[in-house]
Unconditional design. Structure first.
Length: 185
């Protein structure tokens, strides 16, 4: 398909189309980087490989879900991601992958009620980046307890970053590059 985002935004505010590019922008997060040219970067969905720090959208108060249509597109996006993860190589799933997939599935199931309660409260009727991120962390914690996984022995940072990469991808697909300046009607 056409990558319209690239032509529309010569300034570097749009996130890179593929997660492997975001590694080139970071400076602070070097401690986990071991030079291994053999890492397969093509398969961006693979959980265990996505230890990238998301670079764009650092603004936690960005509004991601502001309407029922946003909610629907988020739901479809999550469903697609779950299918991609499922189809990848679920026969070789590690415990790590299982925990992440369960958390993602539950996150998708929770997002509707989460949005409903956001509508009930009078807080601008939108769900921000940090709200989604916090909800995912809660669900992840619960999933780990159910799976009897030890927080300290699990790659929590990798899971959280994978989720952030998914959010960034969603933003790139569903929100215009200058959406921060545009009031969503």
């Amino acid at each position: 398909g056409l990558q319209l985002g690239d032509e529309l935004a010569p300034h570097h505010l749009t996130p890179p189309r593929s997660p492997e590019l975001s590694g080139t922008h970071q400076r602070e997060f070097k401690e986990n980087k071991e030079p291994s040219p053999k890492v397969k970067r093509k398969r961006s969905v693979k959980i265990s490989n996505t230890a990238l720090e998301p670079v764009q959208w650092q603004n936690d108060s960005l509004q991601i879900i502001t309407s029922a249509s946003d909610l629907k597109s988020m739901d479809e996006f999550l469903l697609r991601k779950m299918n991609e993860l499922e189809n990848e190589d679920s026969k070789k799933d590690t415990l790590v992958d299982v925990v992440f997939k369960k958390a993602l599935k539950e996150f998708r199931q929770n997002i509707f009620s989460f949005y409903s309660s956001a509508l009930a409260m009078d807080d601008g009727k939108s769900i921000r980046y940090k709200d989604l991120y916090a909800l995912f962390e809660q669900i992840l914690e619960k999933t780990m307890r159910l799976e009897q996984r030890d927080w300290s022995e699990s790659p929590v940072k990798v899971w959280v970053n994978t989720f952030k990469v998914f959010l960034d991808e969603y933003m790139a697909e569903h929100k215009p590059p200058d959406y921060t300046a545009v009031k969503v009607l």
